[in-house]
Design a protein around this ligand. Structure first.
Ligand code: ADP
Length: 260
């Protein structure tokens, strides 16, 4: 196993003293889950949202993506799920250059990624169970496999007892758990959480973070964009900082704010 931390535009990530003993750089023998190579994204209006971004997220990593509003976090996520294509450079998911996928390959690659957002995006008229099942139904999964898969992820997120309730009958934390279950039901290799605690109070935020840590322990790579300084600082995971479209820091075992 290499002890070299993942690459970054700023060179080798710093390892603060407190982080040294932690086994955070989970380099694997396999391919990185996500890699960006010299990625620039310029929107049609001329706005450069990402500039020459290089980063590698190895399999099994847990990464916080931080930076002020407008720094390019959502753009990076949109590129990773191939909602947008890079203007320059390569976005590589499990060894596949996303710009070179055939149209018919896109749905299968997308299912390698589970994603949740700040605003849950649940279907209001469907129960918890049906919200999760729907994600499998739209991909043509046989009915006989849907039930057991839904039961399994509802157990993982601790919502088996609420399976029959609709989103309007759930707390914010339970709604986010439902969204997490839906994102997990395809067995993704990369779990992206875009401000998942943005609408939740601190206690519930911690519960959601604990769940993301558990998902990571199950072997799923986690990339979480967040402004939640308390959570980032407490967990001492890898922190990638974006500012004005550039990677300005990439540190393992870091706090939300730089400590130097
Ligand atoms: P963040 O998620 O860190 O807030 P974004 O990726 O949303 O940052 O935005 C990065 C920059 O790109 C911002 O200046 C934003 O205004 C701009 N931007 C984002 N989406 C678009 C778009 N579809 N068209 C033009 N500019 C955009």
């Amino acid at each position: 196993m290499s002890s070299a931390p993942p690459g970054s535009t700023t060179g080798t990530p710093r390892r603060p003293e407190a982080a040294r003993s932690r086994p955070t750089d989970l380099a694997t023998d396999g391919l990185p889950t996500l890699a960006l190579r010299g990625v620039t994204k310029t929107y049609p209006n001329g706005k450069a949202a990402l500039r020459e971004v290089n980063l590698t997220v190895p399999e099994g990593d847990f990464v916080f993506l931080v930076g002020p509003s407008g720094a390019g976090k959502s753009t990076l996520i949109r590129l990773a799920i191939r909602e947008e294509l890079a203007t320059k450079g390569k976005v590589i998911l499990e060894g596949r250059d996303l710009a070179r996928l055939k149209r018919r390959e896109i749905p299968r690659i997308r299912r390698r990624i589970g994603i949740v957002f700040q605003d849950f995006k649940l279907l209001p008229n469907k129960s918890v169970r049906d919200n999760v099942a729907f994600a499998l139904e739209v991909t043509g999964t046989p009915r006989s496999r849907i039930g057991p898969a839904v039961d399994r992820v509802l157990r993982v997120v601790g919502l088996s007892a609420q399976a029959g309730q609709r989103p309007g009958e759930l707390s914010g934390g339970e709604q986010q758990r439902t969204a997490i279950a839906r994102a997990l039901v395809h067995d993704p290799r990369l779990f992206i959480a875009d401000e998942p605690t943005g609408n939740l109070d601190p206690q519930i935020s911690w519960e959601i973070i604990q769940l993301l840590l558990r998902i990571n322990e199950m072997g799923v790579t986690v990339l979480m964009a967040t402004h939640n300084a308390e959570v980032v600082t407490a967990l001492r995971k890898r922190v990638i900082g974006l500012e004005d479209g550039r990677v300005v820091r990439d540190e393992i075992g870091a706090a939300y704010h730089r400590e130097d």
